[in-house]
Design a protein around this ligand. Sequence first.
Ligand code: RB5
Length: 157
Amino acid sequence: MSMRVAIGNDHAGLGLKGIIVERFTTPDRQFVDFGTNSPQPVDYPDIAAAVAGAVAGGEYDQGILICGTGIGMTITANKVPGIRAALCHDCFTATAAREHNDANILTLGERTLQPEAACSIVEAWFQAKFSGGRHSRRVDKIRELEQKYCSCLSEQK
Ligand code: RB5
């Protein structure tokens, strides 16, 4: 079955989004574009919330979020339970994010990366798989933390 990737960006990530979708769409990998597709400024939390919610909900296998630095997208996406968003600046961190952290959203900064470097990172990301083993125990601890704090929040209501 084809991999489904949710991709989104703010105005500062628009150019890189286009490059990635064109370069990495294959018969086995489809991108669904959550916007923005205009250079008009938008608020990165709106895009990050839409993509992170769709990935956490299981409609997509993975996500990619792009803003100027990647930082705002990362902070926002990681607020959504079930999301492990990794801001990667090189191939090593992209590979490790998948193999060790089972990261499910790659975040990138268009203002911090040359397009070719960004594409190398995306390639490394797609080639890597979660290693499991001792890393599963650590990812489970992240899930436990989410459970703990999500239940705290609902008790406060
Ligand atoms: C937009 O100017 C910029 O703040 C945004 O793209 C991002 O870098 C935020 O983290």
